[in-house]
Design a protein around this ligand. Structure first.
Ligand code: SAH
Ligand code: SF4
Ligand code: F3S
Length: 452
């Protein structure tokens, strides 16, 4: 069969977490390999791929609206295809499969989280016969690493070390749409990291729903600290990871923050709630005291480590007292950043069966109170940087001003500063430059490039 993808254009809309973003890079890599050109807009695209998320209801409903509205966008002049091909993958594809084509009749292809590699074949079939093609697998036996990847940035790479999740937090859909936890052999991970270092990558972010339990399925015990050691030894400049589950964060991993040159002083450690009663109902399997104990150990190793977290407000049955436990925990820890979510009922999860009579306005009011506190604490955390000189990995220019550089500090703070005289933004992107911090706002720092 000739390759019907050759000479087409495509765009990808990605929702959800870094796993999806990384999967989108793999989709790009495959389609580019088949001679399709990545474009920015739906108007220019012959093939539109949605990489979807269903972790909360908002993302779910948005997809349906977006796919439906595609009907009114004409195919570009000169397209080799008779009509635009629309594909839905990711977590909604995995969850809904065939059902999606019933609700969205002009959808051409549906694929899931276990069969990214099937996409080119499904697209080719849809072009050839104009019919729907749906393929969703229950699970896959291999770790999906054999697919090409088109990385978004030349200086940064995401490196998946596990896929899936076995934790079954009672509110969460992820274990149902990403399947059981699977670790990737350590040699594979190191090999990929070495290739990145050789290609000039400055920062690697290790990915998994719960990186701390890495290796339990392969080696019988978690070996995440061994992954960190191996990555550090590749010579990578900056190493980060996400996400950590507090029940599996070991002393060995905490120690690495003090001993490994490349491991950046920032950790995302989702707490979800500060109330033991709610933590138990969430099936998180740790207590408030255990969590605070981890924070204490981390700060012993790196006193000014930047901590971030995720919090759910309005879990079924959460009382004002439970909420205040969360509020006080946020106040005590002093996070640099907190991702706050209002509980969203996900069909099929155990929490969806729980009764809740807390009025929506009460939940919203608590949420707003928490957001105010989070902002105040983030502002406070940033003030400590005033006057310091920090190495900033330049990622590009500010969205609002092309003459202002934007980059990341070791603690993952966004840093802005003017392009120095005699230099251009283009030549600085992807390099690490020292910047002195002159101003500290809630969500970013401003500084000046100093001679290094
Ligand atoms: N594996 C990661 C991230 C999972 S999803 C972890 O365990 O931390 C990212 C965040 O979405 C979660 O940390 C949680 O705070 C939030 N989330 C998940 N399910 C949710 C739901 N049903 N309602 C509201 N927020 C939810
Ligand atoms: Fe969801 Fe919990 Fe797994 Fe995170 S650890 S993906 S919150 S089930
Ligand atoms: Fe969303 Fe799937 Fe990630 S549900 S948060 S894209 S694993």
């Amino acid at each position: 069969m000739t390759n019907p993808i050759q000479g087409t254009t495509f765009c990808i809309h990605t929702f959800g977490c870094q796993m999806n973003k990384h999967d989108s890079e793999r989709v790009s890599g495959m389609l580019e390999g088949l001679g399709s050109l990545l474009v920015d807009t739906i108007e220019e695209a012959d093939i539109v791929v949605f990489m979807t998320c269903c972790v909360r209801e908002a993302a779910d409903t948005r997809l349906y609206g977006q796919v439906a509205s595609l009907k009114n966008v004409p195919l570009r002049a000169g397209s080799p295809l008779p009509k635009r091909i629309v594909a839905v993958g990711g977590c909604i594809g995995q969850r809904d499969g065939e059902k999606l084509t019933e609700q969205l009749p002009h959808l051409d292809v549906v694929f899931g989280t276990h069969n990214l590699g099937s996409l080119p074949g499904l697209l080719a079939q849809a072009v050839a016969d104009g019919a729907h093609h749906v393929e969703v697998l229950e699970s896959s036996s291999d770790f999906p690493t054999e697919l090409p990847t088109a990385r978004e940035h030349s200086w940064a790479a995401w490196l998946p070390i596990t896929v899936g999740c076995d934790n079954f937090c009672s509110y969460c859909i992820v274990p149902y749409v990403r399947g059981r936890e699977k670790s990737r052999p350590l040699e594979d991970i190191t090999e990929e990291a070495r290739r990145y270092v050789e290609a000039g990558v400055k920062e690697i972010t290790l990915l998994g729903q719960n990186v701390n339990s890495y290796g339990r399925d392969l080696y019988g015990e978690p070996r995440f600290d061994a992954v960190l050691d191996a990555l550090d030894a590749t010579g990578i400049e900056r190493l980060r990871f996400a996400t950590s589950h507090p029940k599996d964060l070991t002393d060995g991993v905490i120690e690495r923050f003090g001993t490994l040159r490349s491991l950046m002083p920032a950790l995302h450690l989702p707490v979800q709630s500060g109330s033991d009663r709610i933590l138990a109902a969430m099936n998180r399997r740790y207590t408030r005291e255990h969590y605070l104990g981890l924070i204490e150990k981390l700060r012993k190793v790196v006193p000014d480590i930047a901590l971030s977290t995720d919090i759910i407000v309005g879990f079924p049955g959460e009382t004002e007292e439970d909420f205040m436990d969360t509020y006080r925990l946020v106040e005590a820890v002093g996070y640099s950043q907190v991702f706050t979510f209002i509980y969203s009922k996900r069909a099929g999860t155990p929490a969806a069966e729980l009764h809740d009579d807390t009025p929506r306005e009460v939940i919203q009011e608590r949420f707003d109170r928490l957001v105010d506190l989070v902002q105040r604490k983030a502002w406070e955390a940033n003030q400590g940087e005033l006057g310091a000189t920090v190495p900033v990995l330049i990622e590009g220019t500010s969205k609002r001003d092309g003459l202002v550089l934007a980059g990341k500090s070791p603690k993952n703070q966004t840093v802005h500063g003017p392009v120095p005289a005699g230099r251009t933004a283009e030549e600085l992107v992807g390099t690490i430059v020292p910047m002195r911090i002159d101003e500290a706002r809630t969500w970013y720092l401003s500084g000046t490039v100093v001679d290094g």
